[in-house]
Design a protein around this ligand. Sequence first.
Ligand SMILES: C[S@@+](CC[C@H](N)C(=O)[O-])C[C@H]1O[C@@H](n2cnc3c(N)ncnc32)[C@H](O)[C@@H]1O
Length: 431
Amino acid sequence: MKICCGKTFKACRKTLCVNNGTISTSEQKLELEKILFNHICSTLSELDMEILQSVPSGGNWKDIPEATIAKSARLTQIKNSGGRTTYYGRLDGNLPSYTVNTYFNRPGNGSFIHPMQDRLISQREAARLQSFPDSYRFLGSFSSRFKQIGNAVPPLLARAVSDRIRKKGLSVDVFCGAGGLSEGLQATGHRIVLASDFNAHMCETYRYNHPHTLTKQLDLSSIEGIIELIHIIETELHGRTLNLLAGGPPCQGFSTAGKWNHTDSRNSLVFKMIELIHTLQPENVILENVPGIRWMQHGRVLESLLDSFEKEGYRTRAFLLHAEEYGVPQRRKRVFILANRNNEVIEKPDSCFARIVSRKTRESAQPEENGLSHPISVFEAISDLPKISSGGGSDVMDYNSSWTTSDYQCFMRGMIPFEELVKRRKANKVD
Ligand SMILES: C[S@@+](CC[C@H](N)C(=O)[O-])C[C@H]1O[C@@H](n2cnc3c(N)ncnc32)[C@H](O)[C@@H]1O
């Protein structure tokens, strides 16, 4: 195996091998572009195959014949309760995908059937729909990688948000997962000194893709975990101010009504961010979460969270962002709370692409006609990837790098920067 920036090709983290910011020789670059990671998908039962063969592009469980529905307890239950029209969905190649959640290893919990092939999308295809570059390799167990990819903040969405934060110091990413948020932060020049998550597989992927960041496996639900994290951060800072504390904590388990009480063990991990802010006093904060946080306990969770920020002396703003407006080929909504201590006005990130709007039904979804370029479609995102069978593919495979059909694919392969993708799209006005 050849050597690239001091590591073997397999160990090198970037398709474009970056060595101190400069691309290594074009020969090495070419070699790296010929490797594709994680293009592997789940095996399906005979019944699941029968089910997905009956769903057309853009279709869902409603397209499945009665006789097939009768064979499946889940489908029967969906039919009787009038389940969501994303269930057993096959992607429409001409639009962004629906939300890629952690269940893309099975067909019944979302729209994860490949638009053209009779199989589920592969981990690489899901990563592309999340806007992770091809050089981003997911490690850990096969089943953990569905969670790593599905739970991540799409790097392009994180990038749009990160661009709103001053880059004048060091950053920390807590609840870092596989590193989607960090990938966006780094793309805009933030330097992440420490990342932490309690899951070993997440840490393994994070460490591999962010070799210059110290990655610590810590459980932040425990006092010991928080104390250790603070100690490590303070050691890494050497007396310098923390510029940014970023985190996407899970928000399950918030069971108490009313205001936050830090001694209440039932408090959500979301409020661990406030404990960290209280001690570390970072200049800026990014807190990412699911849209549902706005409605939890009739809005009291979000209100209490924003109150806590204010009490710590922060100016805050909360946004609901639509991923497809920022170049992600996926309809995914996320809430971001941005906060700073210097009282700077916090502006909503500018969108570069039109949002998908549904008129009456999901089936009528179309890009909004507002003068912006149309969002990136599923075909643009994945149509160049090698054909594989259901349950097939491989974790590392040869890649025909000479064939691309879209600028987004060039971006995924590291051949053009994001700015170039946006520029070309505007110039070609793909709409
Ligand atoms: C929504 S994901 C974060 C995704 C990440 N920001 C990204 O962009 O890839 C939440 C993460 O919190 C981690 N987590 C859950 N409970 C935790 C705990 N008690 N301590 C530390 N991390 C925890 C999970 O392992 C998961 O990776």
